[in-house]
Design a protein. Structure first.
Length: 339
């Protein structure tokens, strides 16, 4: 991208910073635009829960045989993330202010699809950025929580930091904080289906712990054993692999599917695609060639990978679509959420 002056360089830096923060914290890609925001989840029976913007109002819907609008919030609110239970009967969603600030709080609700009623589970004086149901325990919800805010410059939009992993027992109403890392960034939470462990994307930081200062960091995937969180392990990938962002593990294939920068388009906008890495063969394969922002992969019980792609990423408009494919990238199809 051309940088004709120091001012253009500054604008480019700030824009890139905002885009990167949007990736890491899964903030809706186009708060001012109608359409899909990027938050979705898939139940074991194939039911898809997803979030859209409709005239500026965040709206939660599900698609099984037909589309069903479950919740629509005021324009000053934002749905930060959602999780659908394995049986598809309940959808959990985290709500906060559209414009996050030091006084922002998060509230997690549970919506019963049979009755259509939403009930408050809990609130926190913090920002809850991700929700994931434990595949081993139907009543355990894991979530990422950021306790503080900072900004890049005076007057700039605040962003959350000071991340840790928490869980909530739906049956007992009890919270548990599993880590004390206070990390600058943490995203793409995954819960192991076999072990008492979680996986997250974090930076291998060289700067200060839990600060808002700029650091020289590389995005990597960490396994955190819940019995001993301090003994976190970096998931092995080739050292020359670019930064990793969203990811999903497929243990039965010994594979990792992840999002990474694939290049730039003719206008200089970054393109993010999905790649796979096989630990047995140590081979990397490029799975998508959408020339867009492909991310948030989810591995469904049907053996397919679901993901969102914004085909107008970095531009004024947003064009987010939901896709599914086989883990090797074959039979890519767009899922119609309008019918």
């Amino acid at each position: 991208m051309n940088r004709r002056s120091w001012m253009m360089a500054a604008v480019t830096f700030l824009t890139s910073a905002c885009l990167i923060l949007g990736v890491l914290y899964r903030v809706p890609a186009a708060e001012k635009e109608d359409g899909l925001t990027g938050q979705f989840d898939v139940a074991a029976d194939g039911t898809i829960a997803y979030v859209t913007q409709e005239n500026g109002k965040p709206s939660l819907s599900v698609k099984s045989d037909v589309n069903e609008l479950l919740v629509q919030l005021p324009t000053d609110r934002s749905i930060l993330d959602i999780a659908i239970t394995a049986d598809g009967e309940s959808v959990l969603y985290a709500v906060s202010d559209k414009e996050l600030g030091t006084e922002s709080r998060s509230t997690v609700f549970r919506l019963d699809r049979l009755t259509g009623e939403s009930g408050k589970l809990f609130s926190a004086d913090a920002v809850i950025t991700e929700l994931v149901m434990d595949p081993k325990a139907a009543d355990r919800l894991f979530y990422l929580q950021a306790d503080r805010f900072s900004d890049y410059s005076p007057g700039a939009m605040l962003y959350p930091y000071g991340f840790d992993v928490h869980s909530y027992d739906l049956a007992r109403g009890q919270h548990e904080k599993h880590t004390d890392m206070d990390r600058q960034s943490m995203s793409s939470l995954q819960v192991s289906a076999e072990e008492e462990a979680v996986y997250v994307q974090m930076d291998e930081e060289t700067g200060g712990r839990g600060t808002a200062e700029e650091v020289d960091a590389v995005g990597r995937i960490f396994k955190i054993p819940l019995s001993d969180p301090d003994r976190k392990l970096v998931i092995s990938i080739p050292e020359d692999t670019a930064d990793l962002y969203d990811f999903v593990l497929i243990p039965e294939r010994s594979e990792l599917i992840y999002q990474a920068i694939a290049g730039t388009d003719e206008d200089g906008f970054l393109e993010y695609e999905l790649f796979s890495y096989n630990w047995g063969t140590q081979q990397i394969e490029k799975l998508t060639r959408l020339h867009a922002y492909a991310g948030t992969p989810i591995y469904g019980m049907d053996g397919r990978v679901y993901f969102m792609a914004d085909e107008a990423f970095g531009r004024n408009d947003s064009d987010v679509k939901l896709y599914s494919m086989e883990p090797d990238g074959r039979t890519l199809v767009q899922i119609d959420l309008d019918s």
